[in-house]
Design a protein around this ligand. Structure first.
Ligand code: HEC
Length: 144
């Protein structure tokens, strides 16, 4: 085997382990053939900072399992579409709306009602928050 082929097969083994881990962490997210596209998107664009289970890393990225209460106010709902990690994700409005709905439902355990639409997300992300930490502090939710 050439060195390149060996490197590729090592990557494939890592990927297989990751997907296995994913299926264990989120059994509902994995069906028999493929993972939900929202979950793939989460792994690619968000999990590096927020970790696979959404638990975050203290001092690096907040715990996404705690964001459900933000949906209780219009300001909190808007914040979730404007926080830079969301607003500037390299996906289109349609995929971002599905991703945000998926995170809230599967990771935070709080399905947004109504669900975010591509149109709503498009309007929110057009104005990313310049000071997300201050904006977050200004929101009053029971869990803050
Ligand atoms: C480079 C690291 C990084 C990546 C990648 C990232 N985030 Fe974040 N995220 C942060 C940080 C840091 C914050 C805290 C606010 C801030 O400073 O922007 C945050 C805040 C958030 C919040 C608000 C949480 C709260 O409690 O206030 C949400 C929701 C969120 N991110 C979702 C996402 C999504 C969805 C993705 C992927 C599309 C993503 N993030 C990618 C670092 C990241």
């Amino acid at each position: 085997m050439t060195r390149l082929l060996r490197a590729i097969s090592i990557h494939a083994a890592h990927a297989a382990r990751l997907i296995g881990l994913v299926a264990i962490s989120f059994p509902a997210a994995a069906d028999s053939n493929s993972l939900r596209p929202e979950f793939e998107s989460y792994v690619l664009h968000c999990s590096g900072c927020h970790r696979l289970d959404g638990g975050g890393v203290p001092g690096v990225a907040p715990d996404l399992r705690e964001i459900g209460p933000l949906l209780q106010t219009a300001a909190g709902r808007a914040y979730l579409g404007r926080v830079p990690g969301v607003a500037q994700a390299p996906v289109d409005d349609e995929e971002l709306a599905r991703l945000l709905n998926w995170i809230l439902t599967e990771i935070a355990g709080t399905a947004p009602d109504p669900a975010y639409t591509a149109r709503e997300v498009g309007i929110l992300r057009a104005e990313p928050l310049r000071d997300p930490v201050a904006a977050r502090r200004a929101l009053s939710t029971p869990k803050l």
